[in-house]
Design a protein. Structure first.
Length: 131
């Protein structure tokens, strides 16, 4: 059972790498790129729809939402772009890649945008109440 879980996790990691590479292809439509970005950001984000400390349900959102998002994104990406990304991903596994750093920067960027938005909303609320 543990071997099957390890194999499944490896395939999931590989498909995530493939999707990140395919999202950089100019043939990939914008909505597929947006979905890949959302799925990867959710996968790397410390915040979940259902917090992890809730037994069973906390892990279920990751086990269901991420694979569903990946499967949906695969449907939106042209097959030629997907195959080329799979070949590149195999090469990345052999050589090592910076996709971990890329994912970190993506998540950090999303968090920065969110923080700026919250700060802007808070500032407007404070200025509105002081006048």
């Amino acid at each position: 059972m543990i071997d099957r879980l390890k194999s499944w996790a490896h395939k999931l990691k590989m498909e995530t790498t493939v999707l990140v590479l395919a999202s950089q292809d100019p043939r990939t439509p914008w909505y597929a790129k947006a979905l890949v970005l959302a799925v990867v950001a959710y996968a790397f984000s410390p915040l979940d729809l259902i917090p992890d400390f809730i037994p069973v349900l906390g892990a279920l959102d990751d086990l269901i939402l991420i694979p569903l998002g990946l499967a949906l994104a695969i449907r939106f990406i042209p097959s030629e772009a997907l195959e080329e990304a799979r070949e590149r991903a195999r090469g990345h596994q052999v050589e090592g890649s910076s996709l971990g750093r890329t994912g970190t920067w993506i998540v950090a960027g999303i968090w920065m945008i969110c923080l700026v938005l919250v700060g802007w909303i808070a500032l407007r609320a404070v200025l509105r109440t002081s006048t």
